[in-house]
Design a protein around this ligand. Structure first.
Ligand SMILES: Nc1ncnc2c1ncn2[C@@H]1O[C@H](COP(=O)(O)OP(=O)(O)OP(=O)(O)O)[C@@H](O)[C@H]1O
Length: 294
C-alpha cells in the first residue's frame, strides 16, 4: 500500500484461527480497499463466521494479524463503536420491545443516531411497543439492522443477514442495507450463501473454502478475468502461459487470465458470478478430497 492510500476495510496477513486442533482459518492473506461492499462466500464450515467474528473483535487470532479500518479489531471501546455487527440469525432480546432496543442502543453508544433509528423503524412498519420475541424473522432482521446502523458505524458487518427471510422480505432487507450503507457512507462486509444477493449489492468478492481464501477481488475485474473455454479433449497443454485452469467441467474449462478473450486459442464465453464461485468451491473441494486420500 503506498503512502496516502485510503485506509483499507480489511487487511489480513497470515491470519490463522484454531479451535483446539481444528484450523478454521489457515494463513489467510487478504486486502480489501476502502469503501467497498464485500461479499464473503463459501461452503458450510469454510471459516466465514470465524473471519467476521475476528473482524468485530469477538475472537482473537491464534496467529497472524488482522486490521479492520486500519486498527486491531476491538482494541478499545472507540474501535468497537466504528463497527456495527449483525450476527447470524439476527439475535434480539425476546422480552424487550422495539423501543427498549432503541433505548438500550442509545445508552450503549455515544454516537447513537436516535432520529435515524426511529425513522427507519417507522419506515419498515415496526411499532415501538412490539415485543422483539413476537416479531417475524424479517422484522427481527430489520430491527437488528436498524440497531447496528444507528451506531453510525464506519463499517457494517453481517453474518448471513437474510438467510431466514422469504424472497420478498430479503429483497426489502437488502435494499434497506444498501440505503444504510449509502446514508452512513459506510463500508460493509456480508457473508451469504445467496449468490444472487451478493451479485446485487457487492462490488468486492472473497471466496473462502477450507479455511483459505481461494480468490478475492473486485467483482467487475473477476468477471472480466475469467472465461469458459471450449478446449478439445487432451489440448489443455496448448493454453498459453498466464492462463490458470480453475475447473474443467462438461460445459467447458473455467480459466483465469489477464489476456483478452481474443488472444485465447479456444472459443471463450463469459462466466457468471455463480459459475465463478462454484468453480473455485469445487476446485477446493476436489483438492481437499485428494488431500484426504493421501
Ligand atoms: N467455537 C467453535 N469451537 C470449535 N470449532 C468451531 C467453533 N466455531 C467454528 N468451529 C469450526 O471451525 C470451522 C469454521 O466454522 P465457521 O462457523 O467459521 O464456518 P462458516 O463458513 O461460517 O460456516 P456456515 O456457512 O455453516 O455458517 C468449522 O469446521 C467449525 O466446525
Amino acid at each position: 500500500m503506498s503512502h496516502g492510500d485510503p485506509i483499507p476495510v480489511l487487511h489480513a496477513e497470515g491470519l490463522t484461527k484454531r479451535y483446539g486442533r481444528r484450523e478454521a482459518l489457515s494463513g489467510v492473506d487478504l486486502h480489501v480497499p476502502s469503501g467497498r461492499v464485500v461479499g464473503l462466500v463459501g461452503p458450510n464450515g469454510a471459516g466465514k463466521s470465524t473471519l467476521l467474528n475476528l473482524a468485530c473483535g469477538l475472537l482473537e487470532p491464534t496467529s497472524g494479524s488482522l486490521r479492520v479500518l486500519g486498527s486491531r479489531p476491538g482494541a478499545n471501546a472507540a474501535r468497537l463503536a466504528r463497527v456495527g455487527f449483525v450476527a447470524q440469525n439476527t439475535p434480539v432480546y425476546p422480552s424487550f420491545s422495539v423501543a427498549d432496543h432503541l433505548r438500550m442502543g442509545a445508552r450503549l453508544n455515544p454516537s447513537w443516531d436516535g432520529d435515524l433509528a426511529e425513522r427507519r423503524i417507522a419506515q419498515v412498519g415496526l411499532k415501538p411497543e412490539q415485543k422483539a420475541g413476537r416479531l417475524s424473522g424479517g422484522q427481527r432482521a430489520q430491527l437488528a439492522l436498524t440497531v447496528a446502523a444507528a451506531k453510525r458505524p464506519e463499517l457494517l458487518i453481517f453474518d448471513e443477514p437474510a438467510a431466514a427471510l422469504d424472497p420478498l422480505a430479503r429483497q426489502g432487507f437488502m435494499a434497506n442495507l444498501m440505503e444504510f450503507v449509502t446514508e452512513l457512507g459506510a463500508g460493509a462486509v456480508l457473508s451469504s450463501h445467496l449468490l444472487g444477493d451478493i451479485e446485487q449489492v457487492c462490488d468486492h468478492l472473497v471466496v473462502l473454502c477450507g479455511a483459505r481464501v481461494q480468490v478475492a477481488g473486485e467483482v467487475r475485474d473477476l468477471l472480466a478475468g475469467h472465461h469458459r473455454l471450449a478446449v478439445p479433449g487432451g489440448e489443455l497443454g496448448r493454453l498459453p502461459a498466464g492462463v490458470e485452469v480453475v475447473r474443467t467441467e462438461p460445459r467447458g474449462t473455467i480459466v483465469r487470465t489477464d489476456l483478452p478473450a481474443s488472444r485465447l486459442p479456444f472459443p471463450a464465453e463469459p462466466v457468471t458470478l455463480e459459475e465463478l464461485v462454484l468453480g473455485y468451491m469445487s476446485r477446493a473441494d476436489g483438492a481437499q478430497a485428494v488431500g484426504a486420500t493421501r
